[in-house]
Design a protein around this ligand. Structure first.
Ligand code: PLP
Length: 396
């Protein structure tokens, strides 16, 4: 993959026809180092956030080799990582996927949230005695910008019996939950960890692992949450109250926070109508969340020679498909001079960007490059490593 020092440098060599996904793998290394140094347990990467090979490679090189996977395709994408540990945490899986995961890919860790799913996992692994089973519990997602509740999770009433049943057949037993994506209040984790503590006491089952899921926030113009450190402090405090704190492994499964800043998309303006720009990527491409989740991504003009123009005008964007819901209200603040033929860099699209793109209207394909400059809203200190104890000092 071609490497450039910045988007403007790339554009001084090429005028790409397709939108360009610009990867910054160096930011993944920093984010991984921060999590490994600051989370008091095992750090898994939720491959669903971005399973591009350079991202997976950068995580593995930085020391993250455990993956939360949701499907056989994700398993195949990460199975090549040396010593990969795979956690099949989708609470509802097909029988075929369970069987192939167990037999072909050596997966031994599975989530379930019902009697039926537990039976399915046991059936398809032939009653294996080497499984780690994670009971996914339902929990409130009130502190997250993308709630995931309602679909999965055993209720407080169902959970004790399911734990007891799984205890009979699992080699190791865990509890897992998800507070919702882009959780912006540290208490989100503490509240559910206390719920986990009550479940352990009420069921009388001493679990071996508590997996607190993903949900750690990234920085966006519309949501600049408290430092990740305060999330870790809350988690440590709440985990310390668990009855099983001395014997229990803690795990987390961040997706977004590890990779949000690792990609920008460089788009071309194909038309301007008033303060609305028509660009060549959009809601059905890497910018789904800007259309459907109320996200605002940082944007800047990167046409060579025009980069220093003052950003002073609020624009809305339309993507390239003929669907009028392909609309990104923003606002995206850009120089007033932006017009047809210009290029924009839209940042922080590394999480749930490329993985949500589809081929609607024939769009949704990208060129790819590596950029070595800093992301638009960096969260982790440049040069950050295990000794780094400061999250997000580098405000853009
Ligand atoms: C089971 C599970 N773990 C982890 C994640 C990652 O969440 P996030 O990207 O918010 O960190 C998700 C996201 O949907 C998930 O479903």
């Amino acid at each position: 993959m071609d490497v450039y020092p910045s988007a403007a440098k790339l554009l001084s060599h090429h005028r790409p026809e397709r939108p360009v996904l610009a990867l910054r793998p160096h930011t993944v290394a920093r984010a991984a180092a921060w999590f490994l140094a600051n989370f008091p347990g095992r750090v898994l990467y939720a491959a669903k956030a971005n399973d591009a090979p350079p991202i997976i490679d950068a995580l593995a090189d930085a020391g993250i080799r455990a993956f939360d996977v949701a499907s056989l395709v994700e398993i195949e994408r990460v199975a090549g990582v040396e010593d990969a540990e795979l956690y099949f945490m989708n609470p509802i899986k097909s029988r075929g996927a369970i069987s192939r995961a167990y037999r072909e890919f050596g997966v031994r860790r599975f989530a379930f949230d019902s009697d039926e799913e537990l039976d399915k996992v046991l059936d398809e692994t032939n009653g294996a005695d080497d499984l780690t089973l994670y009971l996914r519990i339902a929990c409130p997602n009130t502190h997250s910008l993308i709630p995931l509740e309602g679909k999965y999770g055993a209720s407080q009433e169902e959970a004790p019996a399911l734990l007891l049943k799984a205890h009979q057949c699992a080699m190791r037993l865990g509890i897992t939950f998800h507070v919702g994506s882009q959780a912006v209040v540290p208490a989100a984790f503490g509240e559910v960890l206390r719920q986990v503590g009550q479940l352990i006491v009420s069921s009388g089952v001493l679990v071996d692992a508590v997996d607190i899921g993903g949900g750690f926030p990234a920085r966006y113009p519309h949501a600049d949450p408290p430092a990740l450190e305060s999330f870790m402090e809350e988690i440590v405090r709440a985990a310390d109250e668990l009855a099983v704190k001395h014997s229990c492994e803690l795990l987390c499964e961040p997706g977004r926070a590890l990779v949000a800043e690792a990609e920008s998309v460089i788009v071309r303006v194909d038309a301007r109508r008033g303060d609305t720009l028509y660009i060549n990527d959009g809601a059905f491409g890497s910018l789904f969340d800007a259309a459907y989740s109320g996200f605002r991504f940082p944007a800047r003009l990167v046409t060579p020679g025009k980069e220093s123009a003052e950003p002073d005008t609020a624009f809305a964007l339309y993507g390239p498909t003929c669907d009028s819901s392909d609309y990104l209200p923003g606002p995206f603040v850009l120089p007033a001079c932006v017009g047809e033929g210009d290029y924009l860099e839209i940042g922080q699209v590394g999480a749930y960007g490329r993985v949500l793109a589809n081929r609607f209207n024939g769009f949704g394909t990208f060129d790819e490059v590596v950029l070595t400059d800093e992301p638009m809203l960096p969260m982790f200190a440049p040069g950050g490593d295990e000794s780094s104890d400061t999250a997000w000092p580098a405000r853009a």
